[in-house]
Design a protein around this ligand. Structure first.
Ligand SMILES: NCc1cccc(NC(=O)c2cccc3[nH]c(C(N)=O)cc23)c1
Length: 232
């Protein structure tokens, strides 16, 4: 998170850290008591190493009462996700066990209505990703408030020149921005998850490269199909 602020401890209790060998690689968030939503591109950084999901954390290193490092039962990268492009960059993670909700571990509701978030809406994103372009990683959760920009503006030549589909959305990236390590985290607008941080351009905080987020509503049927199969 560039030019945001350290989050008051446990104030975003839905946030999870996706870890490989005890190292934070991506964000994610609890959408049910055994399910986390993140980004498929995060698996690129994982290779075939063991993935774990940290819940209930503020600090990545310090002991905290409700902090739990959980195993992964099954990974469901979106079938149309690809290393080649930014489309369908979603990963559903089935945890080894159900989490018990607490002050520090809560589910975040996601948007089911497929209506675009109006340009100018103030949303927020949180994560343990880069807090500087030189790649400084924080120990504690950060968040930043970002303004939504329309896909029309985001598709102009100076920005993404037509590559932003209706399954993606953009936020301003002038100074404040999400960055490497924030991928998979939620874009929260009016208390509801509307998007997931996509591994955007290789730059952060450059107004010419707005933040790119995978919109959640277009994928609700996919979530439901996975859940139906898992709970048969
Ligand atoms: N909203 C922008 C946004 C959101 C999420 C992820 C990213 N970027 C990266 O994942 C990334 C990947 C590789 C090298 C990189 N170097 C840098 C950098 N020095 O800033 C970023 C990256 C950018």
């Amino acid at each position: 998170i560039l030019r945001g602020q350290e989050t008051p401890a446990h104030q975003r209790p839905y946030m999870t850290s996706l870890q490989v060998s005890g190292k934070h690689i991506c964000g994610g968030f609890l959408i049910a008591d055994q399910w986390v939503l993140s980004a498929a591109h995060c698996l690129q950084d994982a290779g075939n190493a063991t993935l774990q999901v940290l819940v209930g954390a503020h600090s990545l290193s310090e002991a905290e009462p409700n902090k739990r490092l959980l195993g992964v039962r099954k990974l469901f990268p979106h079938p149309n996700s690809s290393v080649e492009n930014i489309y369908n960059d979603l990963l559903l993670i089935q945890l080894e066990e159900r989490v018990s909700p607490s002050a520090d571990v809560q589910i975040l509701p996601f948007q089911r209505e497929d209506r675009s978030v109006p340009a100018g809406t103030q949303c927020e994103v949180a994560g343990w990703g880069f807090i500087s372009n030189t790649g400084r990683l924080p120990d504690k959760l950060h968040h930043v408030e970002l303004s939504v920009i329309s896909n029309t503006v985001c598709n102009t030549r100076i920005h993404y020149d037509g590559s932003i589909t209706e399954k993606l959305m953009c936020t301003e990236s002038k100074r404040k921005d999400s960055c490497k390590g924030d991928s998979g985290g939620p874009l929260v607008c009016n208390g509801v998850a509307e998007g997931v941080v996509a591994t955007g351009a290789r730059v952060c905080g450059n107004w010419k490269k707005p933040g790119i987020y995978t919109r959640i509503p277009p994928y609700v049927d996919w979530f439901d199909s996975i859940w139906a199969a898992a709970h048969q």
